[in-house]
Design a protein around this ligand. Sequence first.
Ligand code: GCO
Length: 448
Amino acid sequence: MSEATDGAFPDGFTWGVATSSYQIEGAVREDGRGESIWDRFSHTPGRTVNGETGDIACDHYHRYRDDVALMRELNLGAYRFSVSWPRVLPDGRGRVNEAGLDFYDRLVDELLAAGIKPWVTLYCWDLPQALEDQGGWPGRSTVDAFTELVEAVTRRLGDRVRDYITVNEPFIMAYLGYGLGLHAPGRRDMTDALAAGHHALLAHGRALEVVRANVPGARAGITLSLAPTYPLDADREADHEAARRDDVLFNRWFLDPLFGRGYPDDLARITGGTMPQIRDGDLALIAAPGDFLGVNYYTPTYSSADPAISDSLPHPDPGVERTALNWPVEPGALTDLLARIQRDYAPRSILIAENGAAFDGDRVIDGRVADPRRTAYLAGHLRAVHDAIAVGSPVEGYFAWSALDNFEWAEGYGKRFGIVHVDYETQGRTIKDSGRYLARVATSNRLD
Ligand code: GCO
């Protein structure tokens, strides 16, 4: 049988799990770590559900050995984690906190000893508050500060870590953080959001250069949150137009400049902001090819001409499965997305850098967590990835979100995405059935 029909994934396919620093580490005041915008934001009343913060989170900073052991038990070959910028540069730039780097040093050694390949995300949203106080991502100087972080991390880890993600989900960071104010730092200005997005892309371009200069045989790329956009009512022209606008917002804002097309003409109008100043050389730096494109996919977008309807996350099928965040579950949309990326942008390689789901009702009973809906979610999406590979999408790996239940940003701890359950009272970990499922697929390298 051919690969396309027997459910096999390509030889050497990467199977992993992903996390991010602020969502799991805790230990926010230990070993010289500085304050991040997520510390400040989550401690501001009214910003997160129940005022929850990442102060303790999964206590991964102290329990990383146990967590690596769980990944090993699941036979996963790769772990994608992010580096906390204020742990390494407490003031955002300048003085390097060696004790902060030591943590990642220990983690990398632990992973390598377990036969797990580390994938380091250089930025997943925990900007040092000191830099926010100087203007944050809407200010161009943050790009220079970021290169100091990339220097420090690659000089310390580059002898052992080859795979880097530069910037994670610049859309969410810029749009939710600076435009809508729903994420840290909680600012609400679309002109700032557009500038933040531009600077995140410049930071990516500069990071590629630094990683390649410091790490022999490095592989580096950006990860984007992407969602195919469809008209809610396929017979309604206005819904088609809404889907086109949402495609600019959710996908083309970042894909177009990364692949050398510059920004979409109507980006400013669609966001309601003003475009930042784009200097000579900016677009070339942004379009320097990465070694892969990281795709984070969770749910499609159905667009309506009526914004109130669009905001309610509608779906043409009223009975569609929905996650605890009300996100429609539609694996076929991932196949569509991957086909479209190949048709319009043709990256040399693709990594599914995040995919997963929160569902209510995970309970530990006799040392087991039965989570059939999460297992079905993963199975459906792996089938979708397999289908895309069969028609030529160059997907080289899949990282489930997430290794552990964790701090789901403004949603707090109530929304559990883990393939491993965390009891936040005791910090006990229990592998969920979905984790066992992923382990089987990873071990056989084929659909279960
Ligand atoms: C990321 C993600 C995660 C979220 C996940 C579920 O890019 O790292 O946004 O932080 O927890 O996407 O919402």
